[in-house]
Design a binder for this molecule. Sequence first.
Ligand code: TTP
Length: 348
Amino acid sequence: MQRKIIHCDCDSFYASVEMRDRPELRDKPLAVGGTSGRGVVATCNYLAREFGVHSAMPMAQALKLCPDIVAVRPDIAKYKQVSRQIQSILSDYTDIIEPLSLDEAFLDVSNVDILQGSATLMAQHIRARVEAEVGITISAGVANSKFLAKVASDWQKPNGLTVIAPSQVASFVAELEVAKIFGVGKVTQQRLYEMGVVNCQQLQQFSIYQLTDRFGKFGQRLYELCRGIDERPVKTLRLRKSISVEHTFDKNLIGINPCLAQLPGLIEELHQRVARSNSSHLIAKQFAKFKFEDFTTTTAESVVAELDIEKFEALFKKAGSRSVKSVRLLGIGVRLREPNIYQYDLFE
Ligand code: TTP
């Protein structure tokens, strides 16, 4: 089945938010970043880019290139708020969303049937809604892979939409410069130029053996990407709410002590599961579950930040005291809080 992937990327994100909130800045070259003598440009608007100003440039240099530039300090809390608002719009289209940073995300809309299932219409819709509801512009790319969707969103920036239909992939990729391939940095680019390779069509002339010989494992990626092949799935944030383990006993347990005796083994198992799923930092609560001989079930829980043996013992005593019946099943688990992409502050 053809996949349909949309890549959304806000235009000059921090600067766009500042221009939205301070209309007097809209027609001026604007840099957001450290405003002190040693400050660095986090981003700048497109007007400032015409003067050669760009991200990561010292603010002092930006001022030399563009003496009229207005420098504004970033307000990260505000950008997070805007990012949340955009995420919420995106989630009206699909649950399969992979945020890459505050201002960028992949959406897999292969199985979405709104707007006639058209990824192009969805991208148009998203762009119009973000502009109307949030007040900034975003660029979007639509393609059948993450690689090409991302290249496409950059193709007509700012405020652009580029769609690469499946039938266009081969010709689009053939002309694509290898510098646009994800993972091709300055060093690889230089080595490719030395091999006489500037675009993907030229790269396609090399066999997989030649490429792995020269570039190791990345050679295989190059072999695929220069043909527009990229099977990487859009990875959603894990939505798992809890992790638990439970045991049903051959013989019912009578009284609290035999139940407490089971606890160390259960905790050990739970600990391993939590560790395997990389979730220990997300623990919000722990709980104990008792199923009695009459099949009634009860749970008790408490707030914790990590597995706590003493609190588990207290939970066992609490749950166990709710019935005089013998126990046929014991379980323990943790409830996880939502992973928070807004803690993901690449540039803070
Ligand atoms: P980018 O998506 O790289 O760039 P942009 O949104 O500013 O501009 P465009 O995509 O239109 O070219 O970065 C997103 C935000 O991340 C940017 O607005 C500010 C911040 N950022 C930094 O703080 N430092 C940096 O070096 C970069 C590249 C970005």
